[in-house]
Design a protein around this ligand. Structure first.
Ligand SMILES: NC(=O)C1=CN([C@@H]2O[C@H](COP(=O)(O)OP(=O)(O)OC[C@H]3O[C@@H](n4cnc5c(N)ncnc54)[C@H](O)[C@@H]3O)[C@@H](O)[C@H]2O)C=CC1
Ligand SMILES: CC(C)=CCC/C(C)=C/CC/C(C)=C/C(=O)O
Length: 760
């Protein structure tokens, strides 16, 4: 086994122990690394001094200071970074637990360059430890420093033959491609922090002294061997001389008249690079600097003027202290020039004019963009640092390092209930299910603070929608409606009252009814008033709303009642559709007029009272002729074909469709329920003997016009008859005395309450 294989095996074994997954362990490791920079600062600085002639202060300022900041950030935020991250949900997943769980990938190989040897290796290492990796194999390629731990090109090549879970590479683009090729063999993800030529546009509209000082600092720091150093200047010819003068002034200010002896001026890493940089001078005019000494790897801060795009120095990243100036006619040409090249790692623009800065950002692309300064974006831990295109892929710093080296695992934890909602995605697929799926999937729930505020409201909407999809009831005729709705025999599963012992409708066996002389005629109030009524398709039937002025007393009802609405139950295609049957006979249609006991304001309030709702029912019988009083009703149904649609019938009189109270003295009475969910057992039923006429043509017209909420034709809208369960059906006797009324009702109530008491 090679040294490299052993190192990788050790790292993998360490990872497989699972120790590195604990956040406490990661924080301990990061604190150990923190100690390295306090305890070994002078050793670190001395090593970098040997390599690059960086001063101790320079090493701290440009390398270790940033690392200390990164360590503090990681230690302080790790718990938060590593914690599961709840995400926005859609309506389909609102009741699930949906989150991102950051997980370590495994073993990470970090390959760094020599120019900032600590920054470019330890900074990704901080991310790797924070993300919970085992023992990352850091390859520190430094020529003179720490020789025994130095692994160079051949060791890196051997490492690349091993399998890793991520490779984080910093260096040039040519080697970057080799890294990616090696990684591809194992489909290992890569982060490539590469370089390239970072342009610097100086607009004539800016303070050139300040601009040139900042450019000079960015260029000559570390002797130009900085990945994000401004590679060359683009400016108009009119300002070139001033730019040269100002850069020269800054060089003198920073590095004295003799940079060679200045402790803050660095050296080229080796003679190979020295020769490479010196070769680039060929064909260009030196405007400042140019002095050099090969044995000392010294090249003075140098400015080149009137440089042509074809010049040698413009063919590759300089990575040394040469600053070429190229002429452009203005911003347009600068943008064109930049866009002709590869996408740079950094792009700099100096201008006092925001429009210039905005155009430069809008019309170009680069890893990072900095206006009116150089390099400092590297030190902002909250900004992702990385290239684009030829300057690299992936990014790091702060939380970005953690994320870059983590697997952001998508987790969705569902419960095994709520199966009804899932039906929209199970075959058979139908356009209706697709409609629901669109609604549930495309409506997201933002759980930000605003979202949290709105969550309650959303839950209500969702509950309503879920109910509609999972608990929506339907008539038997609709039952094929994607199997999401409940037909009458399953209403009770969702609406428990529907399984009660006082349910309606019933079959009335005429020979078993109890004739009761205490059931007097009714007293209709407002039935002859001319009113405008609103008709609405409610999805299961059409409701005709009645005003409060229509009222009802008498009929042995225990109080005064006001009308709420009337509706019809019908069949279809010649089939009968009444709800109640008499001696087993079903009638073509049935009219229900719903009344609420006073002082209740709504059905919901009335449903707690056993006689809170008074329902007057009329059966229709087929007649040879049309019933002209039904014309306006039939016409209005044609205007409310679809669920939710409504219309108005003007000048309507209830007395036109039902006989006057004088003619309605004969009726059946029993206590029961509403005939649609929730089947509230709060109804005093009155079914009149007197039937209403309707022709078969009218019946056809009624049953063929409307559609259910499911879109199907609204036919056979009746609930099958329910067991009597011991209840008594009474029949009124014409001419009954009014004084027996309360006595009758009290009698009925006590019988029912007694039964209810037995049941519970
Ligand atoms: N984007 C960024 O953050 C940074 C980018 N850079 C870029 O790096 C470049 C300068 O560094 P380099 O000269 O590349 O540094 P380098 O010569 O130190 O190479 C970088 C790493 O690649 C390894 N390597 C080199 N040749 C290899 C090969 N054939 N096979 C396998 N491994 C190999 C080296 O051992 C070293 O660890 C510049 O282009 C600079 O812009 C440098 C620092 C930071
Ligand atoms: C404000 C301040 C001290 C900023 C430091 C900017 C700087 C010189 C960063 C160096 C970045 C770096 C490590 C580049 C590289 O790898 O080439």
């Amino acid at each position: 086994m090679s040294r490299e294989q052993q190192a990788v095996a050790r790292a993998r074994k360490a990872f497989e122990t699972g120790r590195s997954k604990s956040v406490e362990h990661r924080i301990r490791q990061l604190k150990n690394l923190q100690r390295l920079f306090t305890e070994k600062q002078s050793v670190i600085s001395a090593a970098v001094k040997k390599d690059l002639n960086k001063s101790e202060v320079g090493t701290q300022l440009y390398e270790t200071l940033g690392l200390e900041g990164e360590l503090n950030t990681a230690i302080n935020h790790l718990k938060e970074w590593a914690a599961p991250r709840p995400v926005e949900k859609n309506l389909l997943t609102i009741s699930d637990t949906v989150y991102i769980k950051p997980e370590p990938l495994g073993v990470v190989l970090i390959i760094g360059a020599w120019n900032y040897p600590w920054a470019v290796t330890i900074q990704p290492l901080i991310g790797a430890i924070a993300a919970g990796h085992g023992g990352p194999a850091a390859n520190l390629h430094r020529q003179r420093a720490l020789p025994r731990s130095d692994w160079g090109v051949s060791e890196t090549q051997e490492l690349l033959r091993q399998r890793f879970d991520h490779i984080f590479y910093t260096g040039n683009s040519v080697v970057g491609k080799l890294i990616m090729e090696a990684a591809a063999k194992n489909l290992t993800p890569v982060t490539l922090e590469l370089g390239g030529k970072s342009p610097c546009y100086i607009d004539k509209n800016c303070d050139l002294t300040i601009a040139c000082r900042r450019v000079a600092w960015g260029k000559y720091t570390n002797c130009g061997q900085t990945c994000i150093a401004p590679d060359y200047i683009l400016c108009e010819p009119s300002i070139q001389d001033r730019v040269i003068e100002e850069v020269k002034k800054a060089i003198k200010e920073f590095y004295t008249d003799n940079p060679k002896t200045c402790p803050d001026y660095g050296r080229i890493i080796n003679q190979r690079h020295f020769k490479r940089i010196m070769n680039m001078l060929e064909g260009s005019t030196v405007a400042a600097g140019g002095d050099n000494e090969e044995s000392d790897c010294y090249i003075a801060p140098t400015v080149l003027r009137d440089v042509k795009p074809e010049a040698k120095v413009m063919q590759e990243e300089i990575f040394g202290p040469l600053l070429p100036i190229l002429s452009v006619s203005g911003l347009d040409e600068a943008i064109k020039f930049i866009n002709k090249g590869e996408k740079p790692l950094a792009l700099y623009c100096f201008s006092s004019d925001n429009k210039v800065i905005n155009r430069m950002t809008d019309e170009t692309s680069s890893g990072g963009f900095l206006a009116n300064d150089c390099l400092v974006h590297f030190s902002v831990g909250s900004l992702p640092f990385g290239g684009v295109g030829n300057s690299g892929m992936g990014c790091y710093h702060g939380k970005y390092s953690f994320d870059q080296l983590s697997h952001l695992r998508s987790c969705l934890i569902k419960k095994l209930n709520m199966e009804g909602v899932n039906r929209m995605r199970y075959p058979p697929h139908t356009p209706k299910k697709l409609g629901w799926a669109r609604f549930f999937i495309l409506n997201s729930v933002d759980l930000g603070w605003v979202g949290r505020m709105a969550l309650l409201a959303v839950m209500v909407v969702v509950a309503a929608v879920v109910l509609q999809c999972t608990a929506q009831w339907c008539y038997q005729s609709q039952y094929s409606c994607d199997d999401t709705c409940r037909d009458p025999i399953r209403w009770a599963a969702q609406f428990p009252s529907c399984g009660g012992l006082r349910q309606s409708p019933i079959n009335i066996v005429s020979t078993k009814v109890h004739v009761n002389s205490a059931l007097p005629p009714f007293n209709f109030i407002g039935h002859t008033n001319t009113i405008n009524i609103t008709v609405e398709n409610k999805g299961h039937s059409a409701h005709f709303a009645l005003p409060h002025s229509v009222r009802l007393t008498g009929g042995a009802l225990p109080g005064h009642y006001r009308a709420a609405q009337f509706h019809f139950h019908w069949g279809g295609n010649g089939r009968p559709g009444s709800e109640h049957t008499i001696d087993g006979e079903q009638f073509p249609m049935e009219l229900h007029i719903v009344h609420i006991k006073e002082p209740y304001g709504s059905l919901a309030e009335a449903e707690h009272d056993m006689a809170g709702i008074a329902l007057l029912a009329f059966l229709f019988e087929e007649s040879p002729d049309d019933n002209p009083h039904l014309d306006s009703v039939i016409a209005s149904l044609g205007r409310v074909k679809n669920n939710g649609s409504s219309t108005v019938i003007p000048n309507f009189r209830l007395s036109d469709i039902i006989p006057s109270d004088k003619d309605l003295f004969s009726y059946y009475r029993y206590v029961g329920s509403m005939t649609t969910p929730g089947c509230e057992q709060a109804v005093a039923w009155t079914l009149f003997h007197r039937t209403l006429p309707i022709s078969s043509l009218q019946l056809d017209a009624i049953t063929q016009q409307c559609r259910f909420w499911t879109g199907q034709p609204m036919t056979d809208i009746f609930r099958p008859t329910q067991p009597l369960d011991g209840r008594v059906v009474y029949r009124s006797k014409a001419g009954a005395a009014l004084r027996g009324v309360m006595h009758w009702w009290v009698g009925v109530s006590s019988v029912l309450l007694g039964r209810t008491g037995l049941i519970h």
